[in-house]
Design a protein. Structure first.
Length: 202
C-alpha cells in the first residue's frame, strides 16, 4: 500500500531535479510578464508626454489614434502573453510531475497529456441523454489496476443550443471521466440528469 511517507521519498528521489527546473521556468515566466508590464507602462508614459506636445503641434486627433493603437496592443499583449508563457510551464509540469506521479501509483499506468477517453467510449456509457456535438479532453491515464483495464481523463462534452435567435454552446459534462472494464453484466442502467431543482431554487 502506498503511503504519504513513501510518496515523499519518491518525490525527493525522482522529482527533486525536475521541480528545480520547473521553478526556473516559473521564475522566467514571471520575469517576462513583469518586463512586458514595464514596457507597456513606459509606452503609456511616453504617449502621455507626446499627447501634451501634440496639442500644440498637430492637434489631438493623431494623439488619440496613437492612444487607441497602444491601448489595443496592450490588451492583446496582456491577454495573450500570460497564456502563451504559461503553456510552456504547464507542458513541462505535466511531463515532469503528473507523469511520474502516475508511475508512482502504478508502473503499468501510461500518461498522455494530449490524449483523452474516446468519444465512442463516452457515447457507449449512455450516461447522458443529450447527444454531444462537440467533444474534447486531455490528460489521459490508461493501463491495468489489479489486472482490470482502466482509463480516465479530463473530458468536456457540449451541445449546440438553438432557441429563436439564441445560439450558444452548452456543457453536458466537464470533469474526470472513468472507463473500467469489469467483465461483468449489469441488469440496471444509470442516467445522469441535470439538477433542474438546484438551478431553479438554489
Amino acid at each position: 500500500m502506498k503511503t504519504i511517507d513513501l510518496f515523499k521519498d519518491y518525490c525527493v528521489r525522482e522529482m527533486e531535479s525536475d521541480l528545480a527546473i520547473l521553478e526556473k521556468i516559473r521564475a522566467g515566466v514571471q520575469g517576462k510578464l513583469i518586463a512586458a508590464a514595464a514596457i507597456l507602462a513606459c509606452a503609456g508614459m511616453g504617449l502621455l508626454f507626446w499627447m501634451q506636445q501634440a496639442e500644440y503641434i498637430a492637434g489631438l486627433k493623431a494623439a488619440l489614434i496613437a492612444a487607441g493603437c497602444i491601448f489595443f496592443a496592450a490588451l492583446v499583449i496582456l491577454g495573450l502573453l500570460p497564456s502563451l508563457l504559461m503553456r510552456e510551464y504547464r507542458s513541462a509540469y505535466k511531463m515532469s510531475v503528473i507523469d511520474k506521479f502516475t508511475k508512482f501509483i502504478d508502473p503499468n499506468l501510461q500518461y498522455d497529456s494530449f490524449g483523452y477517453v474516446s468519444g465512442g467510449a463516452y457515447s457507449m456509457s449512455e450516461l447522458f441523454r443529450q447527444h454531444a456535438e462537440r467533444y474534447s479532453g486531455s490528460d489521459l491515464v490508461k493501463g491495468r489496476l489489479d489486472n482490470i483495464p482502466v482509463e480516465f481523463s479530463q473530458v468536456h462534452s457540449e451541445y449546440y443550443h438553438r432557441s429563436g435567435k439564441s445560439r450558444r454552446w452548452v456543457t453536458i459534462f466537464k470533469g474526470l471521466f472513468f472507463v473500467v472494464d469489469c467483465s461483468k453484466n449489469f441488469s440496471g442502467r444509470t442516467i445522469v440528469l441535470p439538477d433542474t431543482a438546484q438551478s431553479l431554487f438554489g
